[in-house]
Design a protein around this ligand. Sequence first.
Ligand SMILES: [Zn+2]
Length: 207
Amino acid sequence: MNIDSSKILVPHMTAWSEEEVPAVSIRFKAGRLAYSEERAEDRDEHGILWARSVTAQGSGRPTFGRVHTERQREAVARMLCQVCALPVAPSEGQYLWLTDLSDVTGLGRFEEGWVTSSYPPICRPCLDTSIARCPALRKGFAILTVARAEPYGVRGIEFRKSWRRPVPATPSVHHYAYGDPALPRVLATQQVSMLHGAALTDWNHKS
Ligand SMILES: [Zn+2]
């Protein structure tokens, strides 16, 4: 669903204020991070613990810059446009990707032109509209052409034990590849793809 009020554009994967997730207690159990009351759907097929989602799209205010975990995972898995949620088709073998500038800092260092990204693809009409009207892009953005995307891992935060409760082990979120030894201690918030044949076509940086 693309919620498009008269002036602003709200991407499908943007979380809304009524989608706030109640605080959930986490702990370490047999060396891995766990919910105190865990449900089967809290882990994916890799055994990775996922942040929970509350779904109330369109309720309250859009919270730009905050991503709805469940919609993001679905869009990445099914190659849906990050804004309108329709399936994205490649044009002349190339997909379009609208990402954070931080996602592309490594581009050019790799001969084969790959980067990891937590963004789903974007369709051409939504790309044009987003650049004009999405408040989240005021912080800067990068536009890539991409030949192929494949599952890479998760974006999340690693926790460590402390005397009262698990605390973040790093000051910021990271992309963790499947098989990373840190994953049992990670709370995942977004799916991450590896983008092959990625080339930077345009970017904009605003401080
Ligand atoms: Zn779209």
